[in-house]
Design a protein around this ligand. Structure first.
Ligand SMILES: O=C(CO)[C@@H](O)[C@H](O)COP(=O)(O)O
Length: 229
C-alpha cells in the first residue's frame, strides 16, 4: 500500500511519471514492474470492455496481485459502459486501487460513481475522450483529484498525438485554476519524446507513458530527461 497521504506526497514540482502497464511485457509483468517501480510516480491500469472502448483490457485480480507487489499508487482508468461502471468501481476498489478514473462521457451515472468513490476513500479522477468538449468537466470539478485528457482516440495504443491535445490541456488548466481546486492534470495517449515538452508547456502535470518508458534503451536517462522538462 502507498502511504495514506500519497496524493499530497506526489512530487508535483516536476512532471510526474505515470507508467501504463498495458505497454509492459505482459508475459514478464513482474520483471517489468520491478524494473520500472523505482522510476514510477504512479502505475496506470487501463480497463476497457470492448464496447465503451475497442480494446479488452485488465481486470481486478491483476490489480489485487499488483497491490501486494508494489507500494506505488495504482491508477485504474475505467473505459466501460454506464451499465457496469458502479460494479467495476466496487471491484477495483476492493482490489486495492488508489485512484479510479471514470469518463466524463459516463454522465448518466457519474454523480453516483463519484459518490461511491468518495465513500470508498479512493481518490477520484475523470477522463475525457479526444472528441468531448473540455467544458463538460465543469460540473464535476469540486469532487475530483485527477483529470486526464486523452490525446488520441480511446483505447488504442501506438497512435500519434492529436493536434488539439495542447490547446485542450490549456483549456482544462484554466478551468482547474478558476475552480481553485487542487486537481492533478494528466495527459494520456501519444506520449513521445517529441510531444512531452509541448504537453508539459500546455499544463500537463503527469504523462501516461507507454512505449516511451517501456521501450527506452536507458530508462534512468529517459527519466532524467523527463524530470528536467
Ligand atoms: O491508453 C493508452 C493509449 O490510449 C496508453 O495507456 C498506452 O499505454 C499508450 O501506449 P503508447 O502508445 O504510448 O506506446
Amino acid at each position: 500500500m502507498p502511504s495514506s497521504t500519497w496524493l499530497a506526497d506526489l512530487p508535483r514540482h516536476r512532471l510526474l511519471a505515470e507508467y501504463s502497464m498495458w505497454s509492459a511485457d505482459l508475459i514478464r509483468l513482474a520483471d517489468d514492474l520491478a524494473r520500472i517501480e523505482p522510476h514510477a510516480d504512479l502505475l496506470h491500469i487501463d480497463v476497457a470492455d470492448g464496447h465503451f472502448a475497442p480494446a479488452l483490457l485488465f481486470f481486478p485480480d491483476l490489480v489485487a496481485r499488483m497491490r501486494s507487489a508494489t507500494t506505488r499508487p495504482i491508477h485504474v482508468h475505467l473505459m466501460v459502459a454506464d451499465a457496469v461502471l458502479l460494479e467495476q468501481i466496487t471491484q477495483f476498489a476492493d482490489a486495492g486501487a488508489d485512484l479510479i478514473s471514470i469518463h466524463v462521457e459516463n454522465a448518466a451515472v457519474a454523480d453516483a460513481a463519484l459518490a461511491l468513490l468518495a465513500g470508498r476513500n479512493v481518490a477520484s479522477g475523470m477522463v475525457a475522450r479526444i472528441e468531448t468538449p473540455v467544458a463538460n468537466l465543469a460540473p464535476y470539478l469540486d469532487r475530483l483529484n485527477f483529470f486526464t485528457l486523452l490525446g488520441t482516440a480511446i483505447g488504442v495504443k501506438g497512435q500519434g498525438l492529436d493536434p488539439t491535445a495542447g490547446p485542450r490541456l490549456q483549456e482544462a488548466k484554466a478551468l482547474i485554476t478558476q475552480s481553485n481546486r487542487n486537481i492533478v492534470l494528466a495527459a494520456d495517449g501519444g506520449i513521445r519524446d517529441t510531444t512531452v515538452p509541448l504537453l508539459r508547456a500546455a499544463g500537463a502535470e503527469t504523462v501516461v507513458m507507454g512505449s516511451l518508458a517501456f521501450g527506452a534503451p536507458d530508462l534512468a536517462a529517459r527519466m532524467a530527461w523527463l524530470h528536467a522538462l
